[in-house]
Design a protein around this ligand. Sequence first.
Ligand code: MN
Length: 228
Amino acid sequence: MEYVITPMATTTLAVAGTQARFPVQNIYCVGRNYADHAIEMGHDPDQEPPFFFMKPAYGILPDQGVMTYPALSADVHHEVELVVALATGGQNIAVESAMDCVYGYGVGIDMTRRDLQAQAKLQARPWEAGKSFLHAAPCSVLTPLEQTGMVDRGSIWLDINGERRQAGDLQQMIWKVPEVISRLSTLFVLQPGDLIFTGTPAGVGPVARGDLIRAHIDGVGELQISVA
Ligand code: MN
């Protein structure tokens, strides 16, 4: 194949137990998938069900990475999330067969320029400026499903400089992983390599230059990054 411009290299993530890498395609995120976080953001989880948005693959920051504090924001927030990595995709995937698409899991942070997101909400505009930027999607080494088994419960937490900021349990998710995959596949064409950030528990808050951030999910792994 001859290209008229040089194609970008594929963004990849490391996988536990192998030198082979996971190629990242699209990044989907679920908004307000934990009731306690929906409430802390001023919403009623019974009235407003979760929904989806996306981030660019260049937002990926690997484990031990150094996040560049993004431009045009003074209020970047952390949201620790279970990340689901897809081995296969498709459309209109049934809830019952959704887990067949899953390659494995990771620990991710949906970094958010909260000030720009708040401005977009007020103006009823899209969220991209709040959610999509360089290093907006820190993600750990992935662990294959065959090693973890189905991950649908367990502690999820995030510490900044050794202090607990977010703590929850995966069982609090409003839409469970199979339902998230099924619903996404009715709206979009899911593809091998897609990542899904599945929502955050309560306790979101600001990150600052110099912070050391550690995120953990039982049975999945850990992510450690710093902010420059
Ligand atoms: Mn989020």
